[in-house]
Write a protein that binds this ligand. Structure first.
Ligand code: ARG
Length: 460
């Protein structure tokens, strides 16, 4: 304990020790702390700052500490504040005074920045892999239901028919932007901060490029004060995670709607639904609801850290220890949400009998009727008004478009001919044959493109 109590004669108040300790949560950084320390020891020896033999002793000690932690035999002590001091104290206990040479040319400030960057790099790579798996599940569901047509909605009102695959591929696009955002965040995370020391750099002849290579970083930081006080990479991950959760939450909302008795478009697999403790008939979409709910918590962590950082003078401040719990929670939340969503999407069944009925209900082909008149020479605005009147007439009579006689059609426009009856749900879809449209040909092409994107960038 003496090494952090410094010039003090008194031990810290017990409450203060508990209040300031980060070990209850930052113990998770141990694998990164240990690889960082191993690389640092190697560099110190290479530069002649410590001897080769001393480095070997230190590295051996660090590796055995890693094993102790993995086996659950390591005793984490709150009075040692954080993961860095816990490991260092144990090292000295195991290898003696030479263990105290490890912290030469280093501070906990650049050390924690390193650990957090290594942790974030791993989190990004895990997130990208999970995003890929989820995108793959969406593609499979789209492919397995290629011919299914559903009502497309605006304002949650049936608007125009679309292929279910087209609807699902919209989420593929959103997730692809998430992939881009996380990948972009990686570029700024991939910067090695060691050598910044407490804030001003270190007074030893160290080799920062060697450290970067050893630890798999692309670049080294260029300003020591910035390097120890920068948490932009955490914020960027949290921002990307917030947007991604917003996408998942929108899909969750659709799954909740679609599995309601009112829509009844899908059947969730029983493994992905829950029952009610009082109403035996219920099958609740809890997974989707929770994902929608957890989105709020991910946004919250982003706002919390932005707020924590906003008033901080350079350089390191203890406030920054508050970055961890929220960040870890965000990483855990997005990874588990993606994983459970992947399983839910893979196992859900589309109730095609009901989607078919839903598309046939109402006047979903009204736009197509207007387009029909336009093709016969009517101005679109006039055609729109004519069909609007036709719809209200049909509603009054309680008839669908196909139940109206040609004479009835002709009351609204002489341009209507017998071929008006060839306007169908299928013809409506096929007509939207533009890039990005719902025509089967276009959707086929979009599916192929999506599969290529997934294939090209790898991931399981
Ligand atoms: N536990 C600290 C944190 O998470 C590590 C850095 C502490 N540095 C210091 N000078 N107290 O930020």
């Amino acid at each position: 304990m003496s090494h952090i109590r410094g010039r003090f004669k008194k031990a810290a108040d017990k409450l203060v020790t508990e209040y300031t300790a980060s070990i209850p949560f930052d113990w998770r950084l141990y694998p990164y702390d240990i690889v960082g320390s191993i690389a640092h020891a190697r560099m110190l020896a290479k530069q002649g700052i410590i001897s080769q033999k001393e480095a070997e002793t230190i590295i051996k000690g660090l590796k055995s500490i890693q094993r102790e932690i993995e086996k659950g035999e390591f005793q984490f002590k709150p009075e040692l504040e954080d993961i860095h001091m816990n490991i260092e104290a144990r090292l000295i206990e195991k290898v003696g005074e030479v263990g105290g040479k490890l912290h030469t040319a280093r501070s906990r400030n650049d050390q924690v920045a390193l650990d957090m960057r290594l942790f974030t790099k791993q989190a990004i790579s895990d997130t990208l892999l999970s995003l890929r798996k989820f995108q793959r599940a969406l593609i499979s569901l789209a492919e397995a239901n290629k011919d299914v047509i559903i009502p497309g909605y605006t304002h949650l009102q049936p608007a125009q028919p679309v292929l279910l695959a087209h609807h699902l591929l919209a989420y593929f696009e959103m997730l692809q932007r998430d992939v881009d955002r996380f990948s972009d965040c990686l570029r700024r995370t991939d910067v090695m901060p060691l050598g910044s020391g407490a804030l001003a750099g270190v007074a030893y002849n160290i080799d920062r490029e060697f450290l970067a290579t050893e630890l798999g970083f692309n670049r080294i930081s260029q300003n020591s004060m910035d390097a120890v006080s920068d948490r932009d990479f955490v914020l960027e991950y949290e921002a990307a995670a917030s947007i991604c959760m917003m996408h998942l939450s929108r899909l969750a909302e659709e799954i909740i709607l679609w599995s309601s008795a009112e829509f009844n478009f899908i059947e969730l697999d029983e493994a992905y639904a829950t029952g009610s403790s009082i109403m035996p008939q219920k099958k609740n979409p809890d997974v989707a609801e929770l994902a929608r709910g957890k989105t709020g918590r991910v946004y919250g962590k982003l706002m919390a850290l932005l707020t924590t950082m906003k008033g901080l003078p350079l350089s390191y401040n203890k406030d920054m220890q508050e970055d961890k719990e929220g960040f870890f929670d965000t990483v855990d939340t997005i990874l588990s949400t993606l994983e459970v969503f992947t399983g839910m999407i893979k196992s859900l069944r589309i109730k095609t009998e009901n989607t078919k009925r839903a598309v046939e209900r109402g006047y979903i082909l009204a736009t197509d009727l207007a387009d029909y008149l336009v093709k016969k020479g009517e101005a679109f605005r006039t055609a729109h008004a004519l069909v609007a009147r036709l719809v209200s007439y049909a509603m009054e009579k309680g008839k669908s478009f196909s139940e109206l006689s040609l004479a009835e059609y002709k009351k609204f426009s002489p341009r209507f001919e017998r071929d008006v009856y060839s306007i169908t749900i299928e013809s409506s879809i096929a007509a939207r044959d533009v890039v990005g449209g719902t025509a089967p040909k276009q959707v086929e092409w979009a599916l192929a493109r999506a599969k290529k994107i997934i294939g090209a960038r790898g991931g399981k």
